[in-house]
Design a protein around this ligand. Structure first.
Ligand SMILES: Cc1cc2nc3c(=O)[nH]c(=O)nc-3n(C[C@H](O)[C@H](O)[C@H](O)COP(=O)(O)OP(=O)(O)OC[C@H]3O[C@@H](n4cnc5c(N)ncnc54)[C@H](O)[C@@H]3O)c2cc1C
Length: 391
């Protein structure tokens, strides 16, 4: 279904689809095997202005206020992920790292950073997770001590998407450790900051074209002008960021599911057993019917929430944002697993893309808050709803 996208949105989707078909599909297996960052594809995305789709026009982007460009961001992420979810993450991880600046940056900070991100000259990343602060993101240990006109950062972030490749890192650190999460602040940290280095590069089950790396702050000196919002707002910045970025994880999962469904339909049409196409077997048609139905349902929820955010209505969307991510990622896991099943033994082999899609799908149930944590978010909202309904 087309979901009544505007002409501009359809054009953006079609452009991303063309890049996915012509530039990504031919190289996705190579990237999956070689575990390298897809700089050549990033340059292609920049060349056709796709990094501009979530940046306001005032900063060289394509988005008119009040829209945050979430529908655009989801459409591009979805289309790229149909071909390769790992490569798509260079784009989606940059959007994630940019949202804190879009949502809470000063005019000066926006002018300084957004035009380069829009042009695809500099990628971004978002650093929240630490060794002891995963699901419990409030258990931050990284500190940022004020020293004259600078903050001095010490600590380690783990599992950071685009780590080492991005130039701009929006990162949370404690400016007032005694206050815990209320003492956290968010900073913009540039790659060449003295005292800021990169640690372990992770070896992963899937999304091999995405880099996941440690950020190490050892007396890193950041100018006070790089504080986002005010001291103590760091956790709020992170939560507001996730409210608008989680539909993007949903879109990544949706793209994986759609890609797997497409590959499966093509395969089932041509594979013959018992003297006929396996597409004729009702047992498989029912599996495919569930796959198609669940994928469309995930798409409808993601597009609906993205449209709501782009209308400027971002109040109380935490539970909806969580729903997009949980629904779509659970669908992606189910659809890709069924896809491998329908391919039979061939699905288990690397000659076909569905085993990669199944490995890639798994991460969407884990990052930007695991699906258990998202269900906690939805559950907390339901508890309040229950109290409201009961009067
Ligand atoms: C490839 C990859 C890329 C990532 N990219 C980024 C990034 O760019 N930036 C960033 O900041 N982080 C990033 N992350 C981190 C990611 O968001 C965390 O891994 C995730 O939030 C889970 O934290 P954890 O790994 O510490 O798991 P844990 O928090 O240790 O969770 C372990 C298990 O316990 C469950 N659990 C924990 N608490 C509860 C609870 N209260 N109720 C029910 N179940 C619970 C979890 O669901 C999970 O199943 C990335 C991770 C990966 C793997």
């Amino acid at each position: 279904m087309d979901h009544h996208l505007t002409e501009d949105q359809r054009n953006i989707r079609d452009l991303a689809r063309t890049i996915a078909e012509e530039k990504i599909k031919p190289v996705r297996a190579k990237y999956d095997e070689e575990n390298v960052f897809p700089w050549d594809i990033v340059r292609e995305l920049a060349k056709v202005d796709l990094f501009r789709v979530f940046i306001p026009v005032e900063y060289d982007g394509l988005v008119e206020s009040p829209s945050l460009g979430i529908t655009n961001m989801c459409l591009v992420t979805e289309e790229l992920s149909k071909a390769c979810a790992g490569i798509a993450l260079a784009f989606a991880g940059t959007a994630l790292g940019t949202f804190p600046i879009l949502l809470h940056g000063s005019e000066e900070q926006k002018r300084r950073y957004l035009p380069d991100i829009a042009a695809g000259k500099r990628l971004a990343a978002f650093g929240l997770t630490e060794p002891a602060a995963g699901s419990d993101a409030s258990a931050q240990r990284t500190t940022a001590r004020r020293d004259g006109d600078e903050y001095v950062l010490n600590g380690t972030k783990v599992f950071i998407t685009n780590g080492g490749e991005a130039e701009i890192y929006t990162t949370v650190a404690l400016t007032n450790p005694e206050k815990g999460a209320r003492g956290a602040s968010c900073f913009i940290i540039e790659k060449d900051t003295p005292g800021f280095t990169f640690g372990k590069k992770e070896t992963k089950m899937g999304i091999h074209a995405s880099v996941t790396r440690e950020l190490i702050f050892d007396g890193a000196r950041v100018p006070k002008e790089n504080l986002l919002g005010r001291e103590g707002m760091g956790f709020l910045v992170a939560m507001k960021t996730f409210d608008v970025s989680r539909p993007g994880v949903g879109a990544q999962a949706l793209g994986i599911a759609e890609g797997a469904l497409e590959e499966t339909l093509k395969y089932a049409h041509t594979r013959h057993q018992f003297g006929q196409s396996i597409m004729n077997f009702q047992g498989l048609q029912w599996m495919l019917a569930d796959m198609a139905m669940q994928t469309e349902a995930a798409k409808a929820l993601i597009y609906a929430l993205a449209a709501r955010i782009d209308s400027g209505d971002t109040k109380d969307i935490g539970h909806l944002s969580a729903m997009t991510k949980v629904l779509a990622s659970d669908v992606a896991m189910k659809v890709t697993t069924e896809a491998v099943q329908i391919f039979g033994g061939y699905g288990y082999m690397t000659d076909y893309p569905v085993e990669k899609m199944m490995r890639d799908a798994k991460i969407t149930q884990i990052y930007e808050g695991t699906n258990q944590i998202q269900r906690n978010v939805i559950g907390s909202w339901l508890v309040k709803e229950a109290a409201r309904l009961a009067g």
